[in-house]
Design a protein around this ligand. Structure first.
Ligand code: GLC
Length: 561
């Protein structure tokens, strides 16, 4: 096949090798983003048809969540062929078309790499099942004998044990008492990265997509690939849901299946592959490591370019914690030279236009549903916009999640029988899961016109009112505000440079970068900004008195000093 995209580099301001520093990335969740044929499932032609919209929004790059062939037990994070496109989404040729058309518009394309596990339908796992105990095929995964019990106490990230029995899948008598490891769903067996076949397979996967013109990769569960020899018990067991989030984070840092030193050899190997294609190809890791010094190792020279700064996403509406998280991030940036990577929403968390209106700790991070307190929509939106502006004003890269530019809320009303996230079943219905953040995007006032009569997740009443079409003509719509934020950010070069957190008022979080301030008011009242200067953007017009600005509660502003 012609691989024209490889010969078709990105044009315009994003052509430099360091294009990603301070860049704005837009996460496309393919199943939910845009549907070109109204079968209820998003597709690559849907993405193609919205590239002008994304260019106009003002982002630098797209990150496409997995679009590979997959039985969709975890919406594509269960890959059955790393070299193809899910037929529901299109073809390899469609992917090349998306890359070409994106590059024409100066947009880069990152794709999602899922190396920790494959689908249980992947030919390698099927071959392992067929080949039997002790075979070289089984060594590509984790098959262990445990008798009546799982071989160790590890729990799945989605609830329940991280081991399932082999015999019901293989049908072989010799497999009684044998188990296979899956840190996520039973349909996602963990690959054994000690096996050279696995390392070689992924070398080829990287090259395949780079040859097609991909500009880089977001690496799924980047801290999880290598497991401690002997697979010893962890300190968590099956009680994940009973442990407070911060304590859980600390325990995961010690877990024998996360953040093992050898994982860095994999990223060094991948870096060399990326470098063969040029200095502008990048890797961003989903590095779920709390200890900032350990996390920083992933973005050492010769490894990844970026690792998501998830802490800022998880702390909620809390000034002291936000200040502390920023200070930690900044300290590391100065020490290790990496660039911060801000994110407020993605496909795994409650949308921030809903999440931020709840008091910290009052909602369960595993999703929201009908039994949860109703969110205050107006407050959530106001805080969501303010937090977004604030972070866009702190130097670093920013990742936006599709639909946040429309101010989409989390959908709480998904009927139980329509839920698809495996966490719902695996936690015995204790965790609603992530479907509420994945409802198909409204493009026009009529969801049936966008998605046909059977969208893959039900679309709630009134969704069309939030559509891009409805927001287009309203200068104050969330969509037009986002466009404005990104345009002003670019105009003033706000994503770049050194910065510091200023301690001026307990309710205000203030970051200073060169001649600019980014300020967020997390208090309940108006706060005086103890600086003089010019407000260049604010989510609510600040009041001026005696030469000073007063910021409304739940608002943010950028100030030129
Ligand atoms: C990552 C993905 C998540 C997925 C999991 C297993 O955390 O972001 O959506 O379920 O990995 O692949």
């Amino acid at each position: 096949m012609e691989t024209s995209a490889a010969l078709h580099p990105v044009e315009g301001p994003n052509s430099a090798a360091d294009w990603w520093q301070g860049g704005v990335f837009y996460q496309v969740y393919p199943r939910s983003f845009a549907d070109s044929n109204r079968d209820g499932i998003g597709d690559l032609h849907g993405v193609l048809g919205r590239l002008d919209y994304l260019q106009q929004l003002g982002v630098d790059a797209l990150w496409l969540s997995p679009f590979y062939p997959s039985p969709q037990h975890d919406t594509g994070y269960d890959v059955s062929d790393y070299f193809g496109v899910n037929p529901e989404y299109g073809t390899i040729e469609d992917f090349v078309q998306v890359v070409d058309a994106a590059h024409d518009r100066g947009l880069r394309i990152l794709i999602d790499l899922v190396p920790n596990h494959s689908s249980s339908e992947h030919p390698l796992f099927q071959a392992a099942l067929a080949s039997g105990v002790g075979s070289p095929e089984r060594d590509r995964y984790f098959f262990r004998y445990g008798g009546d019990n799982p071989p160790n106490n590890w729990g799945s990230q989605f609830g329940g044990p991280a081991w399932s029995q082999v015999q019901p899948l293989s049908g072989k008598e010799e497999d009684r008492g044998w188990w296979y490891l899956h840190l996520f769903d039973a349909s996602q067996p963990d690959l054994n990265w000690d096996n050279p076949d696995v390392r070689h397979l992924f070398d080829e996967v990287l090259r395949f997509w780079l040859d097609l013109g991909a500009d880089g990769f977001r690496v799924d569960v980047a801290h999880g690939l290598v497991k401690k020899p002997g697979l010893p018990d962890d300190q968590i067991g099956l009680n994940r849901l009973e442990i407070a989030p911060e304590e859980l984070g600390r325990l995961y840092d010690q877990a024998p299946y996360f953040d093992q030193d050898d994982v860095h050899n994999i990223y060094r190997r991948w870096r060399r592959i990326l470098d063969d294609y040029g200095p502008d190809r990048i890797m961003i890791g989903e590095v779920g490591v709390q200890d900032p010094n350990r996390k920083a190792l992933y973005i050492r020279p010769g490894e990844m370019n970026q690792a998501f700064s998830f802490r800022v996403m998880h702390i909620g509406w809390d000034a002291p914690r936000l200040r502390e998280a920023l200070q930690t991030a900044n300290g590391l940036e100065l020490k290790f030279g990496g660039i911060n990577t801000w994110v407020l929403s993605n496909h795994d968390v409650v949308r921030h236009a809903t999440r931020l209106c709840y008091p910290r700790g009052s909602i369960f991070e595993g999703g929201l549903g009908p039994s949860d307190p109703r969110p205050d929509r107006e407050m959530g939106l106001r805080r969501g916009l303010a937090y977004t502006v604030f972070l866009l004003g702190v130097p670093g890269s920013c990742y936006l999640y599709n639909g946040e530019e429309l101010g989409l809320p989390e959908v709480l009303e998904i009927p139980d029988q329509a839920r698809t996230d495996p966490t719902w079943e695996r936690t015995g219905h204790r965790s609603y899961g992530r479907d509420g953040a994945r409802v198909p995007l409204p493009w026009t006032a009529d969801p049936v016109a966008d998605w046909g009569p059977n969208p893959w997740l039900p679309i709630p009443d009134g969704w069309g009112e939030l559509s891009a079409e409805r927001q287009e003509g309203d200068p104050n719509s969330v969509l037009n505000q986002y466009r404005h934020f990104l345009q002003v950010r670019r105009q003033y070069g706000l994503g770049q440079g050194e910065w510091e957190v200023l301690d001026v008022d307990p309710d205000l979080v203030v970051v200073r970068a060169g001649h600019y301030l980014s300020v967020l008011n997390l208090g309940i009242g108006e706060r005086k900004l103890p600086f003089t200067g010019q407000v260049i953007l604010a989510t609510e017009p600040p009041r001026q008195e005696d030469g000073h600005y007063w910021l409304a509660p739940n608002s943010a502003a950028w100030v030129q000093l």
